[in-house]
Structure formats: C-alpha cells, structure tokens
Design a protein around this ligand. Structure first.
Ligand code: G
Ligand code: G
Ligand code: MN
Ligand code: NA
Length: 254
C-alpha cells in the first residue's frame, strides 16, 4: 500500500529515470540499438529496480501512465542523441501486457513520436509472447497498426512463452530476442544450444533479426556470432547505463 501510494506520486515527482543498455552487431561490433530500462530513484529506498515495482504497476493499472512516460522520455532522449550526431541505431522500449491491451496505446506511441520529433523507424517496441497470446487475433491487428506508425517490433524473452514458432508468421514482427535463460547455458548445455540454433534458423527463414540477450561471457558471444545471431546485448558488452554514461561510452568508442 505504501509502495503503491508512492508509486502513484512518483511520476509527478519526477523520480523515474531511464537507463539504456546498448545492443551491438554480433558480426562487426557496431552499436545498433539501446534498450531503455526504467529505474525508480526513491527518496528513501534509493534506486529501485523494475522487478520491485513493474508487477505492482501492472496490477494497479499505473503501468499505463508510467509506460506513457517511458515512451515520451525514450523518444525525447533518442531525438536529443540524434540531434547531437550520435549513431545509436534504435531506441527499444518495453511494453507490458497491460499496456499492450490498453485502448490508447496507439495514440500514446503516436504522441510520443510527434512531440519528440524522433523518426518512427528509430523506435522499437518490445512485447512479450504472453502479451500477444492474451488475445492472438487482436494482436495481429494491433501490431499491424503499430507497424503503420513506422515503428519496429521485437518479441522479448522469446522462447519462454507458449507461441508456436509456426504461428509467428502471421504477426508483423522485425526481431526476436532470445531469452537469457537459453543464452545462460551456452555453449555447455546441449538443449540450450539446440534451442538457440532453432530460433536463429526459423527467425531467418521468416526474415526476422535475432538478438541474444544476457550475453555475459566471451564463449557465449563467440558461439552466438558463429550461430548467426544478428545482435548481442548483455553484461559482457555493457551494463544498462545512464544517458550521460552511454554518451561517454559512444564518445570513447567512436
Ligand atoms: O532492468 P531490469 O533487468 O531490472 O528489468 C527487469 C524487468 O523489468 C525486465 O523484464 C524488463 O523488461 C522490465 N522493464 C524494464 N523497464 C521497463 C519499462 O520501461 N516498461 C516495462 N513494461 N517493463 C520494463
Ligand atoms: O525482460 P527484459 O529482457 O526486458 O529484461 C532486461 C533486463 O535484463 C534488464 O533489467 C537488465 O538489467 C537485465 N540484463 C541485461 N543484461 C544482462 C546480463 O547480461 N545478464 C543478466 N543476468 N541480466 C541482464
Ligand atoms: Mn526487454
Ligand atoms: Na528479456
């Protein structure tokens, strides 16, 4: 209850902040995107990670205004980087299942793009298989509408849900993000290796790109690169960083 009340006021009190975790081309190492990850700078609890409050925000519906703030802020930051000449590819924003089923999602995305001036092709929206499977038929239409706005769509935590690989082709998707639970076992676990190779193969057949998330070791990276993964994201390459840290990173890295 206490947390719920302070969550309710945290937006107006400007206590949220976005961190950004860069994504790199597995083949040549170039930066090709950054995933926005919310953090709550709580006045007494310190930095609160989303694991502590996203579920509560989902349950209370606060995720809808909070998610709208994330979209606005990520688009604003993306446009500011673009104007300063940073080549960062796309900004990826997570959408929770509740946001995905909210009536004003399209208007919220459209407004965030409009207000910021960020080109829509530079915004990527991450949804989970679960959000799609809540209402598979409506999801097709909604994803098509999102695509018409010009944004790209990735499926987060891929492989952990119940969507069959075959059902994927009816959705207008751009990217699959292999869940880090599979990446974790690479290259020692034969099942994780097989699952990863299967995801890459089917994704490429369907003309989708593949991101491996949670890449923590050079062995994982080398395997994923050889397996044909397009992009990598994880602690090996970079933790989620504040906007100013990531600027420093780009400045140093060229
Ligand atoms: O950043 P961290 O690894 O602690 O994130 C934990 C979880 O919170 C992840 O599942 C991530 O997708 C989710 N998350 C982070 N930022 C956002 C956000 O802005 N919106 C939503 N809906 N989920 C987020
Ligand atoms: O569910 P989603 O993929 O959006 O979750 C992203 C979360 O994963 C972020 O909270 C981020 O902090 C975390 N994360 C990013 N890279 C790594 C990694 O290499 N290892 C682990 N364990 N977590 C990571
Ligand atoms: Mn994500
Ligand atoms: Na994920």
């Amino acid at each position: 209850m206490l947390l719920e009340n302070s969550l309710r006021h945290a937006i107006e009190r400007k206590e949220f902040e976005l961190y950004y975790q860069p994504q790199f081309s597995a083949q040549d190492g170039a930066i090709c995107g950054a995933e926005a990850l919310i953090r709550w700078r709580h006045p007494t609890r310190g930095l609160v990670t989303p694991g502590m409050f996203i579920t509560l925000a989902e349950q209370t519906g606060l995720i809808v205004p909070l998610g709208a703030w994330v979209l606005r802020e990520a688009c604003r930051q993306g446009k500011a980087w673009l104007d300063r000449g940073y080549q960062f590819g796309r900004i990826a924003v997570n959408l929770s299942p509740r946001q995905f089923s909210s009536d004003d999602l399209l208007a919220t995305i459209d407004n965030a793009l409009d207000q910021s001036g960020l080109p829509s092709a530079m915004l990527e929206l991450e949804i989970t298989e679960g959000a799609i499977m809540q209402n598979p038929q409506e999801a097709v239409v909604l994803l098509q509408r999102m695509r018409e706005l010009g944004v790209t769509i990735s499926v987060d935590d891929f492989g952990t849900g119940y969507s069959s690989l075959a059902s994927l082709k009816q959705y207008p998707l751009d990217t699959l993000k292999i869940d880090r639970s599979f990446v974790k076992g690479i290259p020692a676990d034969a099942d994780d290796v097989a699952i990863t190779e299967a995801i890459v193969a089917i994704a490429h057949k369907l003309h989708l790109k593949v991101v491996a998330e949670g890449v923590e070791s050079q062995e994982q990276h080398d395997f994923l690169r050889a397996a044909g993964c397009d992009m990598v994201q994880g602690y090996l390459h970079s933790q989620p960083l504040t906007a100013s840290e990531i600027e420093q990173h780009w400045y140093l890295g060229g």
